[in-house]
Design a protein around this ligand. Structure first.
Ligand code: ZN
Ligand code: ZN
Length: 359
């Protein structure tokens, strides 16, 4: 009989509860991670209301996970009980050509054109629990980094890092990056842009509190709903526009704004998932998208990028803003996030076990 543990489970569509489940068993190439911190994401809030069977019934939520190795499978080398790690969340096959190129987030065997590779807390049991089974290769060591700060690195920092990293060659001295949406991911993007580039950074939001929170990290803040926002940003960029625009919102209005601000030869990264629609005209005389702009939809990131982010966090160059909730208050954390009362990231914390390795 396996020991029970506390977990946050999606019992059926739109039903998330704090429950007890057995401590997971691990395969030979997995480790049992004692969870110390699990980030709470808007995706988790979304699952609380999703009526479709998008997530298998009974899945333990939590895709931002940091903890300590409790035990390791027989084939695992290099990890010992007590070692601290953050979990890379794209559990690709490891052998397809995208995985071989380090792009597990685009795995061709476990994913599909519109299907993501296996993800803890989404299609595998995740980290909102006392323990989680993790493929050993997906662990990134964090040393003495606070687990509550390390957990959000796996998603809230990985997504903006992946987005910035891919366009850093455009962000030369004298260039401009615009962040639309200065919430949790937008704030991380500002810190990452500071750490990786010398671009001028302009943050736009409809919320003055969000702009105030990011003011020290950027060169300028502007209301994105101001009637002069386009002319104001163009004035700050010599009339040319921004080399890169990151849209962390993804509504019709922000997507159109991104196109209105980007420079010729620049890039737009549509990251926010608010079901906005963006269309452009493939004509020569039109002005809705400058020449040679690249547009992509970044998904997660690579495990190498997660290791980069851990290094930035160790160096103090990025620091997620977190609000800690004891594990038993998981549902309250979800409610607070849904009500818009969380600045930065909500993180569930689990106290270290007295013995460290009791399982
Ligand atoms: Zn997420
Ligand atoms: Zn693969």
């Amino acid at each position: 009989m396996r020991k029970p543990m506390k977990a946050v489970q999606l019992l059926e569509p739109a039903k998330v509860e704090l429950t007890e489940v057995p401590v997971p068993e691990i395969g030979p190439s997995e480790v049992l991670l004692k969870v110390r911190a699990a980030g709470v994401c808007q995706t988790d809030v979304h699952f609380r209301h999703l009526e479709e069977e998008a997530v298998p019934r009974g899945t333990v939520l939590g895709h931002e996970i940091a903890g300590e190795v409790a035990s390791a499978g027989a084939a695992v080398t290099g990890w010992e009980p007590g070692d601290a790690a953050v979990v890379y969340p794209c559990w690709g096959c490891g052998t397809c050509r995208m995985c071989l190129a380090g792009r597990h987030n685009m795995c061709r065997r476990t994913g599909g054109r519109f299907i993501s590779p296996p993800t803890p807390g989404v299609s595998r049991d995740g980290g909102m629990a006392e323990y989680v089974a993790v493929p050993a290769w997906a662990l990134v060591p964090i040393g003495d980094l606070d687990p509550a700060l390390a957990a959000p690195l796996a998603d809230a920092a990985l997504v903006p890092y992946h987005s910035v990293h891919a366009v850093k060659d455009l962000l030369v001295p004298g260039s401009t990056a615009v962040i639309i949406g200065a919430g949790g991911l937008g704030q991380m993007a500002a810190q990452i842009l500071r750490a990786l580039t010398s671009a001028q950074v302009i943050a736009l939001d409809v919320n003055d509190d969000a702009l105030t929170a990011v003011r020290d990290e950027v060169d300028a803040t502007l209301r994105s709903d101001s009637s002069t926002v386009v002319t104001d940003v163009l004035a700050l960029t010599g009339g040319y526009g921004a080399e890169v625009v990151f849209d962390f919102v993804g509504r019709d209005s922000t997507m159109a704004l991104a196109a209105g601000l980007v420079a010729p030869g620049g890039a737009i990264r549509f990251i926010g998932l608010s079901n906005g629609v963006y269309r452009f005209t493939a004509g020569s005389g039109v002005t809705d998208l400058p020449w040679e702009v690249s547009v992509t939809r970044p998904y997660s990131g690579t495990i190498g990028e997660l290791a980069d982010i851990v290094a930035l966090a160790h160096a103090g160059k990025i620091r997620p803003q977190v609000r800690r909730f004891p594990f038993d208050q998981a549902l309250k954390a979800l409610e607070e996030l849904e009500a818009g009362r969380i600045r930065g990231r909500a993180v569930l914390t689990v106290a270290p076990s007295p013995t460290g390795t009791e399982v």
